[in-house]
Design a protein around this ligand. Structure first.
Ligand SMILES: Nc1ncnc2c1ncn2[C@@H]1O[C@H](COP(=O)(O)OP(=O)(O)OP(=O)(O)O)[C@@H](O)[C@H]1O
Ligand SMILES: [Mg+2]
Length: 285
């Protein structure tokens, strides 16, 4: 028998969240099932409810309506809160707010101590987590000496050491420079592919969403779109109407198709554009 709690480690069922004294729901009747091992990007204009949704995913907030299930556990069950947070780890935007210790390995150890992981198991967990984010060589370093991308990878290692089923990244690359952003995205995508780690990747960078398995667009607390990056980014006008950008190659391909060029749908990057243009313009080669 298929176990839904395993197949879908995160299930959001008709969930709403209303901040006190706010007239509108910040998250408004949202439902989604996140499949194990998937990499799901969440997009949306400022204030569309992304961070509120993220906080609902690991019991930082409890729904005012509906239900959130993490690996089958209802986040509203008081006794399960720590279990929920162990299974659904969250990485925030600013690495400086997440790093607490004066040495990288101690920082990764901190979360494990809080979880009550036996001392004998800690070194192997810490080493494995640092290896996953390519920070082994920095185990003895002082976090404040690291670059933004390296610090964020340490913060990720801290969450990874807890061996969560789902990793929730709320604009975790937003403070980084382009190379730091790429570093962090590549590390997390690798973990996702190699270890079947389920990832919810909240971002406002379209090129990051373009590499996801699935893209969910929020608007005013509701799900406005949900599909593969190819499906979502083909809807250029709707995306723009929601105040978002479209990856440049997606927009160009729609324009070229409208102009009569027989390009397939779903072109999101330069290399695919070059490949498809070659087929159309130089069919013999
Ligand atoms: N602490 C709060 N108290 C009252 N309202 C809030 C609070 N935090 C957020 N909101 C409101 O809830 C709605 C959703 O905010 P949220 O932070 O979830 O959006 P977001 O998509 O993460 O935005 P951003 O892109 O700016 O990070 C917004 O209208 C916001 O003003
Ligand atoms: Mg936010």
């Amino acid at each position: 028998m298929e176990d839904t709690a395993v197949t879908f480690p995160l299930r959001i069922q008709e969930v709403s969240y209303q901040y006190e004294e706010e007239a509108q729901n910040a998250v408004d009747h949202v439902s989604m099932e996140i499949a194990k091992g998937s990499f799901v990007a969440v997009l949306g204009h400022n204030g569309s409810g992304k961070s509120t949704l993220a906080k609902l995913m690991n019991a930082l907030f409890l729904p005012t309506e509906g239900k959130v299930l993490v690996c089958g556990m209802d986040t509203a069950t008081e006794e399960e809160v720590w279990n929920v947070r162990r299974h659904a780890g969250m990485v925030f935007q600013n690495p400086d707010n997440q790093i607490v210790a004066n040495m990288v390995r101690e920082d990764v150890a901190f979360g494990l101590e809080n979880l009550g992981v036996p001392q004998v198991d800690m070194p192997s967990r810490i080493e494995e987590a640092l290896r996953c984010v390519q920070m082994t060589d920095f185990a003895q370093s002082a976090p404040h000496m690291l670059s933004g991308g390296q610090k964020q990878r340490v913060a990720i290692a801290g969450v990874l050491a807890m061996q969560p089923d789902v990793m929730i990244m709320d604009e975790s690359t937003a403070m980084l420079d382009p190379s730091g952003r790429k570093e962090v995205l590549n590390s997390v995508r690798k973990l996702n592919r190699e270890q079947q780690m389920t990832v919810v990747w909240i971002t406002h960078f379209m090129e990051e969403a373009a590499v996801a398995d699935r893209v969910i667009v929020l608007d005013k607390g509701k799900t406005a779109m949900d599909g593969t990056p190819q499906e979502v980014f083909a809807r250029v006008d709707e995306i723009k109407a929601l105040g978002l950008d479209v990856p440049p190659m997606a927009e160009l391909s729609v324009k070229l198709r409208n102009a009569g060029l027989e390009l397939p749908e779903g072109i999101l990057n330069v290399s695919d554009m070059v490949k498809e243009l070659k087929k159309v313009l130089c069919p013999s080669k």
